[in-house]
Design a protein around this ligand. Structure first.
Ligand code: TRP
Length: 454
């Protein structure tokens, strides 16, 4: 395929080579630990169907629109996130910087959990995991994450892999790997769903997952649901602004946004159909926190024919899904440092990689040696995750929506969305009003609800 490059000053700016490449890279960013690891345990902690109901509501109301907000800002900018905001309105600069800081927070713990998936992949290969008795799976997981050295080694490997891909740049790194890895993940998930829903007792889990008990909806549920929607779609941290800045002017943003939101939601819903039937079939409570997929799935694998193979495939693909998301988190600060601080890609990647690695050490020790740490009842991981998902992402999303809705002019925004009016004007106008009114009002209301003013 022809290597398309656009000239920018003296630097050649890389670009995605194909539409499919961008869609898969963006879907790869969206689909990750957020869908398969975070989504089920957040559903588990928030009462099942009730949470799912709120989550789907927020997603339908704002999901695609939010992706389009970041796409429009990024493609219009054609540069790193901070300058893309400045290009629209210098007052919006802070949104980019907030994303820059948040990227460090997310990547640090994302890489720790990514390391756990690598450990499980390896232990599946050696057969260790599936030899553990189902009743001891929780202890097996607990021992691993609380030990001082092993998780740090896997955290190191995961961070190294992420950095390796980012060093390859956009078309030769991100695009190339996403094209192979994402389809493989999907096929694997389908195989696992079939296994899970045919287990004895699976129906109980499906019922719990799909039946909303509205009495369980609290302000906390709504805040968590909103945080999860932003997290899973990778919005609010300008990661999608960064990706879209490498996208050609011909691509139809609304089509891509819809495809990505759909694929992401499908994978999250499917992972619920894998986890909850398994949980109820093995009589385990759904509120297991961060250990949920690492404890429950191996329980099933250990008792089924070819369990070792399934276990290996599952964790290998989960690692891959995590990797295609981690690279999108890392690319945001790397692009920023290359363009704003004139660093080489190599230097920027190493700098961000090393700082986040060290931050990740604290997160990892927080599950073991430093588990005494406690802030408002949260451990170190909890603090990072809460700041990132429930505070910074809503703020960044609010900032992005206000930038388009109030700090730009409507015509410019619509022109970017529709490639200069090439198509679908009616829908574009609805989008603008959603971005201008609905999204900011919803986010502010959820904030007020959370701090008890509403
Ligand atoms: N969406 C990814 C997941 O579900 C995580 C992720 C990647 C992300 N890039 C992001 C989350 C930017 C927030 C912001 O695992």
């Amino acid at each position: 395929m022809e290597q398309k490059k656009i000239l920018e000053g003296e630097n050649q700016r890389d670009q995605f080579n194909s539409r499919l490449g961008f869609v898969l890279a963006t879907a790869g960013s969206a689909i990750g630990l957020g869908n398969i690891w975070r989504f089920p345990y957040i559903v588990g902690e928030n009462g099942g169907g009730a949470f799912l109901f709120v989550y789907m509501g927020i997603l339908i109301l704002m999901g695609v629109s939010l992706l389009l907000v970041e796409f429009v800002i990024g493609r219009n900018g054609g540069t790193n996130a901070i300058d893309s905001y400045v290009k629209i309105n210098p007052k919006a600069k802070w949104v980019g910087w907030l994303g820059f800081i948040t990227a460090f927070v997310f990547l640090s713990y994302y890489s720790v959990v990514g390391g756990w998936t690598l450990f499980y992949t390896l232990s599946s290969l050696t057969g260790t995991v599936i030899k553990v008795a189902p009743a001891d799976m929780g202890a097996f997981f607990g021992n691993f994450i609380s030990s001082p050295i092993a998780p740090l080694i896997f955290h190191f490997i995961f961070m190294g892999l992420t950095m390796g891909i980012i060093l390859g740049g956009i078309s030769g790194g991100i695009e190339k790997y996403s094209k192979i890895l994402m389809p493989a993940l999907f096929v694997m998930m389908i195989a696992l769903v079939i296994r899970a829903v045919t287990l004895d007792g699976a129906m109980e889990g499906i019922k719990w997952y799909l039946t909303p008990d509205f009495s369980k909806i609290t302000s906390g549920t709504i805040v968590s649901a909103m945080g999860q929607v932003f997290f899973t779609l990778s919005v609010g941290m300008s990661g999608m602004v960064t990706y879209a800045s490498y996208l050609s002017k011909e691509e139809k943003l609304p089509v891509i946004g819809t495809q990505v939101a759909f694929a992401d939601t499908l994978i999250a819903i499917i992972s619920g159909f894998i986890i909850f039937p398994v949980l109820f079939a093995s009589g385990v409570a759904p509120a297991q926190g961060v250990g949920l997929v690492f404890i429950t799935l191996p329980m099933v694998f250990s008792q089924m024919p070819l369990g070792g193979v399934f276990s290996f495939l599952f964790f290998a693909l989960l690692s891959v899904a995590a990797l295609t998301s981690a690279i999108s988190i890392l690319e945001m600060p790397v692009t920023t440092l290359i363009e704003k601080k004139k660093m080489t890609r190599k230097k920027a990647t190493f700098l961000v990689g090393c700082i986040t690695y060290v931050m990740g050490i604290a997160v990892s020790l927080g599950f073991g040696a430093w588990s005494g740490f406690n802030l408002f009842g949260m451990d170190i991981f909890g603090v990072f995750d809460y700041f990132g998902s429930n505070i910074s992402l809503p703020l960044g999303t609010l900032g992005a929506a206000l930038t388009i809705g109030w700090m730009w002019n409507k015509n410019d925004a619509l022109k970017e969305l529709t490639n200069d009016g090439a198509y679908s004007i009616g829908i574009a106008k609805i989008w603008f009003y959603v971005v201008r009114y609905l999204i900011p009002i919803t986010i502010i209301m959820v904030f007020l609800l959370n701090i008890g003013i509403l």
